[in-house]
Design a protein around this ligand. Structure first.
Ligand code: APR
Length: 171
């Protein structure tokens, strides 16, 4: 079965996929945005589990159970804070996607959903972030069996439009 990469609009916490990605911070102890939504939906066991992980450096990823989420797992990654583009932000964001994909493949996960990492509170320009995401996902899919199906989840219509147009651009 060929790989699938699709853009969808919605709430990532509602997706019954093998793993959803969380745009976390280095403490892994929750926050606002998608991080807050995922912790609310997963329930308090997620926070308890994360406490034992001892945090996550920017650019890296950690996997946990999904607990009360419909998703089986959560892959937490910490994106770069946008500082104007001269502090390796693009390379760090690329490593977030690669590390999430690597963890998913290591755990034999078939389906994976990404939010638009770093494009909210961390201020990364959306189109630039989307190009990086698509490039990393496509490179990974070209050389790895799993995951088979990847969703890029937009929380709002504008974000969906940017993801869809960028998918067209780079196809
Ligand atoms: N489902 C899907 N996407 C969502 C959801 C949701 N329920 N809630 C928010 N988003 C989208 C935002 O609209 C944005 O496009 O996720 C994207 C990332 O935005 P943030 O959640 O603000 O994440 P980020 O920019 O990476 O900042 C991370 O914010 O919440 C804190 O603890 C987190 O310190 C960390 C920082």
């Amino acid at each position: 079965m060929p790989h699938q990469l699709m853009a969808v609009q919605g709430d990532i916490t509602s997706l019954a996929v093998d793993a959803i990605v969380n745009a976390a911070n280095e403490s892994l102890l929750g926050g606002g945005g998608v991080d807050g939504a995922i912790h609310r939906a997963a329930g308090p066991q997620l926070l308890a589990y994360c406490r034992d992980l001892g945090g996550c450096p920017t650019g890296e990823a950690r996997i946990t159970p999904g607990f009360r989420l419909p998703a089986r797992h959560v892959i937490h990654t910490v994106g770069p804070v946008w500082q104007g583009g001269q502090a390796e932000e693009e390379a760090i964001l690329a490593s977030c996607y690669r590390n999430c994909l690597r963890l998913a493949a290591e755990h034999g996960l078939r389906s994976l959903a990404f939010p638009a990492i770093s494009t909210g509170a961390f201020g990364f320009p959306l189109r630039r972030a989307t190009r990086i995401a698509i490039q990393e996902i496509r490179d990974f899919m070209a050389t790895n069996e799993m995951p088979m199906s990847i969703l890029m989840v937009a929380f709002d219509e504008d974000t969906l439009g940017v993801i869809e147009s960028t998918l067209q651009e780079v196809s």
